[in-house]
Design a protein around this ligand. Structure first.
Ligand code: FAD
Length: 287
């Protein structure tokens, strides 16, 4: 039954890949090898993150420009509003539009540690600003297990609705391992009238310690079964990298695709191996 569900969906799945700007020559090489491999799968778009430290917006922009030029893929920069004024954001958006960028992943960004002021702008404000500048295709973030700062799960859901109503065309979720929490979240989105696609963000993990670190500051649950799978083997890098990482994400995407999910976003961490393998099991093949 598992394979049946997948076979029915072959050819209808679409994927997107997320990368981050490399900081060393070695990382740059890794990134470009990954892009070369993953671009054969004809992703709907690829995105490049933006970190708050000075200079990284240029890095994001440069990687985006290179991806567009070298591969012709739709390349979407992430843009955060926490560290810029509305007029700076307008200038950035206009520059992006004028250089042919049509898709932006619009985010608030993380608060600096020990921040005691409330943010002046939220992602919904950024979406409205971008729509005002030009007719961008906009993706926003969603949190199946609730954003850590949200007053409540319902307040967070209403925030997502505000972002969609402001003009975003899809939501990409924070990574998760508890598939049920994604499915319940998708139902709750539908129930309050969100029609945009809630694209699951898949983090292929090959290292349990990294996973624990990520999960710690993002409010993402590590289910018992996942803990058990890595138990006693977390330090055995070769096995976890090759076997567990792929099998966990493959199990997840199979269930998701049986539940009708057709768009998947991958947090590649600039690697191609696991993402490629998972796409393969979804029936996504080189074109
Ligand atoms: P928002 O949607 O603005 O929400 C932030 C919090 O504020 C939520 O708790 C929300 O419920 C609450 N809130 C919203 N509006 C109000 C209001 N009016 N009053 C009170 N509370 C409110 N970070 C980066 O720095 N760079 C990246 O490239 C990046 N890429 C990401 C990609 C994805 C797919 C995801 C899921 C996250 C990414 N992040 C990135 C992390 C993101 O910036 C953080 O999670 C950030 O803390 C929240 O961003 P947001 O866009 O979800 O914010």
């Amino acid at each position: 039954a598992l394979n049946q569900g997948l076979a029915d969906l072959n050819g209808k799945i679409s994927v997107s890949f997320e990368f981050f700007p490399p900081t060393t020559e070695f990382m740059e090489q890794t990134l470009w090898n990954s892009i070369a491999r993953l671009s054969t799968l004809a992703p709907k778009f690829v995105s490049v993150t933006y970190g708050a430290n000075s200079g990284t917006r240029d890095r994001t922009h440069n990687v985006i420009k290179d991806i567009k030029e070298r591969t012709g893929l739709v390349a979407a920069p992430h843009l955060t509003c926490i560290d810029a004024t509305p007029s700076e954001l307008r200038t950035i958006a206009l520059d992006y539009w004028n250089s042919g960028i049509r898709h932006i992943v619009a985010l608030r960004g993380d608060l600096p540690p020990n921040a005691n002021e409330l943010p002046k702008m939220y992602a919904s404000d950024l979406v409205a600003l971008l729509r005002d500048v030009a007719d961008f295709d906009i993706s926003v973030a969603a949190y199946p297990e609730t954003h850590p700062e949200a007053k409540s799960a319902q307040a967070d859901l209403l925030n997502l609705k505000r972002k969609i109503d402001a003009g975003a065309s899809r939501a990409i979720t924070q990574f998760f391992f508890d598939v049920e929490s994604y499915l319940r979240f998708r139902d709750r989105c539908a129930a309050i009238g969100i029609e945009a696609e809630i694209v699951p963000g898949i983090l292929p993990v090959s290292n349990y310690k990294t996973l624990q670190k990520f999960a710690g500051f993002t409010n993402v649950k590590i289910p018992h079964w996942l803990h058990q799978r890595f138990q006693g083997i977390a330090d055995d890098d070769q096995t976890t990298r090759n076997l567990l990482g792929a099998s966990i994400a493959i199990d997840m995407v199979r269930v998701l695709s049986r539940e009708g999910v057709k768009d998947f976003h991958f947090y590649t961490l600039n690697r191609s191996e696991l993402t490629y393998a998972i796409c393969h099991t979804l029936g996504v093949r080189p074109v």
